[in-house]
Design a protein around this ligand. Structure first.
Ligand SMILES: Nc1ncnc2c1ncn2[C@@H]1O[C@H](COP(=O)(O)OP(=O)(O)O)[C@@H](O)[C@H]1O
Ligand SMILES: [Mg+2]
Length: 295
């Protein structure tokens, strides 16, 4: 399998991008998929959600400007199969610097290409063989459609859009889907795919959430993941312990929801059956207390 690269994007803040990207990365890693999480948000929430310190000079910044190899910024996350390129505050400056650079939309694309191809793997095993390329590269985007997000969209195969089922959600979706089309038309990434929309912080008890979910499914019939992420305090707590939900509360409903979303992702698209889990790598799930609901 070649590397699949995915950006988790939405111009709105607080919709669950970071929670979703960190949880998906942890679930993919748990499933035995070699995963690289790229924190492209200067706020570095994904970095700290995995319990890592921001490291000056350790982000994508230098590589975006072409003055360093991106592979040199890869750090182990402390979890099996999961590496990270952390973020740092300086990344905020990158918006300005990158905007002045040549091919400013494709800086991340160029920087990621050797990593996706596996040709810069610096990590060597005891036998001296080079580690295989990543199965997945996931990119956490800042809450804007600025240069950094545009670089992410130009660099990846597909996009997952997390959204809250609230008023104006459809307007927000219209904006980002238009931007995806602009990225395709610009030639920066002609094959960019909308992989799916995931409803986050979903409260099934409210009429509004149900109405918005129905509207979004009507407008994007094949693009809304069946798995819905509920609003739960466990997901809000996990980052302060520096752990993904699959480690903070492995048998929780929320962890199982993200596992279920991962299965959809590993399948062909929203609602598709996933490839069978490898028996040696599948998460132990003796009897999970709850199975994720889908709407
Ligand atoms: N399903 C959820 N239930 C409860 N709280 C959540 C959920 N998803 C995210 N949060 C919390 O909401 C806030 C915003 O989520 P976050 O993932 O950081 O959004 P974004 O990256 O889009 O800004 C964070 O404090 C996060 O812990
Ligand atoms: Mg975020």
């Amino acid at each position: 399998m070649s590397t699949r690269s995915i950006a988790v994007a939405n111009q709105k803040g607080g919709v669950g991008k970071t929670t979703t990207v960190v949880s998906l990365a942890a679930c993919l890693a748990e499933r035995g998929k070699r995963t690289l999480l790229v924190d492209l948000d200067p706020q570095a929430n994904a970095t700290s959600a995995l319990g890592l310190e921001k490291l000056e000079g350790g982000s994508v910044y230098q590589a975006l400007l072409g003055s360093a190899q991106l592979a040199d910024s890869i750090r182990p996350s402390g979890y099996d199969n999961l590496d990270i390129i952390p973020s740092e505050v300086d990344l905020a400056v990158a918006e300005v610097d990158v905007a002045r650079a040549e091919n400013y939309l494709q800086r991340l694309q160029f920087a990621l290409t050797p990593i996706a191809a596996g040709t810069t793997a610096t990590e060597a095993t005891a036998t001296g063989t080079v580690a295989p390329p990543y199965d997945f590269i996931l990119v956490d985007c800042p809450p804007s459609l600025g240069i950094l997000t545009m670089n992410a969209l130009a660099a990846v195969d597909g996009v997952i859009i997390p959204m809250q089922a609230e008023y104006f959600a459809l307007e927000g979706l219209a904006v980002i889907t238009r931007v995806l089309q602009q990225v395709r038309d610009s030639g920066a990434n002609a094959s960019l795919e909308l992989l799916g929309i995931v409803l986050t912080m979903y409260d099934a008890r409210t009429n509004l959430a149900q109405q918005v979910a129905a509207e979004v499914r009507k407008h994007f019939p094949d693009k809304v993941y069946k798995t819905v992420i509920p609003r739960t305090v466990r997901l809000a707590e996990a980052p302060s312990f520096g752990k993904p939900i699959t480690r903070y509360d492995p048998h929780s409903y929320a962890a199982n929801c993200y596992r279920s979303l991962t299965e959809e992702l590993l399948g062909v698209g929203p609602g598709a059956a996933a490839e069978p889990a490898s028996p040696t790598l599948a998460a132990p799930s003796a009897s999970p207390p709850s199975t994720p609901a889908t709407v």
